[in-house]
Design a protein around this ligand. Sequence first.
Ligand SMILES: Nc1ncnc2c1ncn2[C@@H]1O[C@H](COP(=O)(O)OP(=O)(O)OP(=O)(O)O)[C@@H](O)[C@H]1O
Ligand SMILES: [Mg+2]
Length: 231
Amino acid sequence: MKRKGYLEIIRLSKEYGEVKALREVKLTVPQGQWLTVMGPSGSGKTTLLSLIAGLIKPTRGKVKIGGVDIFSLSDNQLLQFRREKIGLIFQQHHLIPYLTALENVMLAQFIHSLPDEAEAIDSLIKVGLADKINRYPRELSGGEQQRVCIARALINNPGLLLADEPTGNLDRKNSELVLNLLSKLHQESNFTIVLVTHDPWVARWGERIVQLEDGKVVDDFLVQKSRGRKR
Ligand SMILES: Nc1ncnc2c1ncn2[C@@H]1O[C@H](COP(=O)(O)OP(=O)(O)OP(=O)(O)O)[C@@H](O)[C@H]1O
Ligand SMILES: [Mg+2]
């Protein structure tokens, strides 16, 4: 019998007018797997991630998360589902400039349910920002801003973390800090990750790599764990 995944992508296609951004993509991602999506610019990586997040609708096909066919939900149900089950991290940090690190995390709690300051502080301690909770985004380095985003994305314990080029704006040292942190949190909580990157060095932090080209999966393999991967 075929093993069911936590995330199931079934013949997913997305067309923007004439442009075929995704062509019948099929993927099964087991719960707790860290999947990296690679591929050249324009190959459909962000489109795929946006569809998994339910931010855009497919032309054809399905996305199932924990057995739920997300595009069969009403808009309100989908919004609620995303808030409860999905954490999002982007290349640009999307922090609110006039809120402190702590307030940015608490805003995410508020959108989800109720702000809980102690829990928000705890999540910022977890990402190594104990001494910077009251700083504004402009007073934080790029790596620190991205760590606030990780705290924010994980504040509601989502089952699925989606990250689009999360280290795209960071140098190697800060990328390593962010990826080390993600690895640690992933080991602790075992959420499923889909991370998009151009960078083969970043891709090796995950467990499996899917290569997209022209909207199609052209390669899909497990990462060899033993060599060259820092923890
Ligand atoms: N809103 C849109 N309207 C029209 N075409 C779009 C739209 N979004 C993406 N596309 C097109 O769909 C294709 C896939 O785009 P996508 O953003 O998914 O690529 P990507 O792999 O994320 O690229 P990059 O690595 O540059 O971020 C491209 O040809 C792009 O021009
Ligand atoms: Mg993209």
